[in-house]
Structures are given as structure tokens and as C-alpha cells.
Design a protein around this ligand. Sequence first.
Ligand SMILES: NC(=O)c1ccc[n+]([C@@H]2O[C@H](COP(=O)([O-])OP(=O)(O)OC[C@H]3O[C@@H](n4cnc5c(N)ncnc54)[C@H](O)[C@@H]3O)[C@@H](O)[C@H]2O)c1
Length: 433
Amino acid sequence: MHTVPRKIIRIINSWSIFRHINIEQRPSSALLLSTFLQKDQISSANKMAKPISIEAWNPSGKYRVVSTKSMPGTRWIRLLTDQDCRVEVCTEKKTILSVEDILALIGEKCDGVIGQLTEDWGEVLFSALKRAGGTAFSNMAVGYNNVDVDAATKYGVAVGNTPGVLTETTAELAASLSLAAARRIVEADEFMRAGLYDGWLPHLFVGNLLKGQTVGVIGAGRIGSTYARMMIEGFKMNLIYYDLYQATRLENFVTAYGQFLQANGEQPVTWKRAATMEDVLRAADVISLHPILDKTTYHLINKERLSIMKKDAILVNCSRGPVVDEAALVEHLKVNPMFRVGLDVFEDEPYMKPGLAELKNAIVVPHIASASKWTREGMATLAALNVLGKIKGYPVWADPNRVEPFLDENSPPPAVCPSIVNAKQLGLPSSKV
Ligand SMILES: NC(=O)c1ccc[n+]([C@@H]2O[C@H](COP(=O)([O-])OP(=O)(O)OC[C@H]3O[C@@H](n4cnc5c(N)ncnc54)[C@H](O)[C@@H]3O)[C@@H](O)[C@H]2O)c1
């Protein structure tokens, strides 16, 4: 079993300065060097001297890979350092890095970057990455609405994402929010902690029963379909869904499960593919949003669409904040106290629209849908392998939904890029598997 190289250095530096430091002459324990970047060493656009703190692994590695954030687990670092990469992890305290911060991280020589959904990856960063000799970028996320893929393609940079590994974890949070909203768990918890409970009452925190009700899914892809199965198997809900494509596997599953229930003397579950999104909104008792964010899904849920939903419906959003017109949602929640929402994502993250935080019929959590240890470590692994694979000239994995071979800690991952979204545009070869 390999371990991650022990030698760590903390630097505040750019690659150009770093090249002149003889690391082997330094003590083997962690070092803290405090050199500051000069503006002309970052970019002519960046007029401020910008301190950037970094932790580096395998300093003598041939390929320089930068991660804009510390990521869970150490396997992703080992996979890179075992293949002759020097890995630099940004250790800046601020949560969201600016474009200027990332320009400083890229420096003058950089082969690939692992970035985050909070960062704005467009023309400026991809052109800088190309100038630094880079050909690979991976988001540590399945969604890549923060990435201008056309700009990346223009500069010959492959864009990776991390599908599959977060499907169940994200669906489980959507299911948790559905239950918490239906049974008013957060309100009841606050009531209890406030010392207000003085005995059982027939009307205390009465909520919604899910069994036999209708679950509506908008965007029945990987996560939407998995969420639908959880609600159908767990709570015997009927399904209505809307997607641009038919979710055949999901439909077949519900049909078979309905037959199984019937054979056991229970009420069968049913499914319906809606012709319009409005059909889902009118019919469903719980509606969960799982589309990608693009121009067709921006403000998909707006004032008009909220107004056709049932007055006591539950709306869950674990996709991206701008899929919902949050200001319209706040107004709707104010005048419909029986309408409840569970939100993991927000239109102007990290902020909430005015009024949302005060509403008892809203449950809000800080974008944690993919936050299980297994998933986050797996996302880091897939992101690292996307960058590594491109640097090494590996082909692209033929089925980005089948990610298990990359996640087995006990065997080396296939020599491929797990998921490159602009593989076709860049003409990258596909693996035979
Ligand atoms: N909150 C989180 O932490 C978190 C975690 C993971 C994923 N996500 C979000 O979830 C999204 C979905 O992930 P996935 O892996 O299921 O992706 P996916 O590509 O498998 O599914 C997306 C589905 O949305 C459908 N769709 C696209 N445009 C639509 C439209 N206009 N109307 C209806 N359906 C439409 C697609 O056809 C597809 O079936 C990601 O893009 C990401 O933004 C959020």
C-alpha cells in the first residue's frame, strides 16, 4: 500500500519563483516560505501583488497540477503523485477564490487544474491555463454551469466533471428534505429545544402523509430517477415526471414494482410521463427539481408556475439555485403557509433572498447534497483522474455513468479519463471498455 509522499511545503509563491528554490536542501518537515507574488509574474491584468498560500506534495514531480481547494481523502493526491505529478493545493482561508486568485495559482507553468463549482471558469482562466502549458481542467462536481466549455475548447483544454459518484448521496438529501418538510421536523426540533413542549396535542405539528401521494420529478436523469425510486420504494408514492427524454429504466422499474406490490396484495404504484412541466406541477404532492442548469432551466419555477401547484405541496431543490426564482418563492411561501420547501441551493449563493430565513415553511441547508464522505472522496478521485488522464494522453472512458472501477481503493484505476464533457469537440479518443 502506497502512502502519500511525506514532504509537504507551504509556500506563498508562484511557479516562477518556486523553480529557483532547492527543495531538497530544506528540512523534511513542513516549511513556510513567505514570498509574495509580483504583479508581472501573475498576469498583466492583475495589478495587485497577491499572496497565495499553497501546500505542495511531491515537489520534484514533472507535471504541475493545482487544486484550488483542499479536497477530502488522500487517494486523489497519491494517484497524481504516483504518476510524477507535483500537486499544489491552495490553502487560502477565503471560501470562494476570485479569478485573480486563480490566475495567481496557475502562474507561468501549470499542466492541469482541479477547480470548484464556486469558481468562474471562462475565457480569462482558460487562456491563462493554455499560456501556462495546461491542457486539463476538472470541476469537482457533476454540474458545470460555472464553466464556459466553448472557451475551454477554444484553448484546447479538456473539461472534466464527476458524474455517478454523487447520484445516491444527492438523491438521499432530496429525500431527507422531502421528509423533513412533509413532517415539519426542523420546526418541531426548534420548538422542542425552545422548551415549548408541554404535552401531546392532537394538532401539534400536523404534516403530510406521503404514502399513496404523488411524487413529481422534473429532470429524471441520474439523480432525479434515483430520488424517484427512493420515494416510490420507501413510501409507495405514485410517480409523475417531466424530462426532455423518456426515462425508460425508471418507468420499467415502477411497472415491475407495482406488479410486485399487487402480487403481495398491496395497492400498486403507478407512473406517468407528463407532456408538460405544468402537468407535473398541478398533479404532484411533492416536487423535486433535478435538471441541469442552463438557459432552458433558468427560473423554471417562477411566480406563474408556483401559482398552479397545490396549496400544500412540497417543493425540493437540490439542483442549482437559479432553477427557482427565489424572490417569487419567498412571496409564495409568505401567502401560502401550508406550502413547504426544502432548499439545498440558492440563487445568489452564499446568500438567501430577503425574507427566506424568517419563514417557518422553508428548510434551508448549505449546498450539502453531495456531502457524504464516500462521495466527496470519490469526486476528488474522479476529478484528479480526469486531469491526470488528459496530461498522460489517456483515452476517455466510454461510459461516464459507470464509475465503480475508479473508486475501488484496492486496485489501480483504469488508465483513462473518467468523464470529459468536451471530448468530442477536442477529438479525444474513447476507451474500448
Ligand atoms: N446540490 C448539489 O450538491 C448537487 C449535487 C449533484 C448534482 N447537482 C445538480 O444536479 C444536476 C443533475 O445531475 P445528474 O447527474 O442527475 O444529471 P443528468 O444529466 O443525469 O440529469 C439531468 C436531467 O435533466 C434533464 N433536463 C435538461 N433540461 C431539461 C429541461 N429543460 N426540462 C426538464 N428536464 C431537463 C436532462 O434530460 C436529464 O435527464 C447537475 O447538473 C447539478 O447541477 C447538484
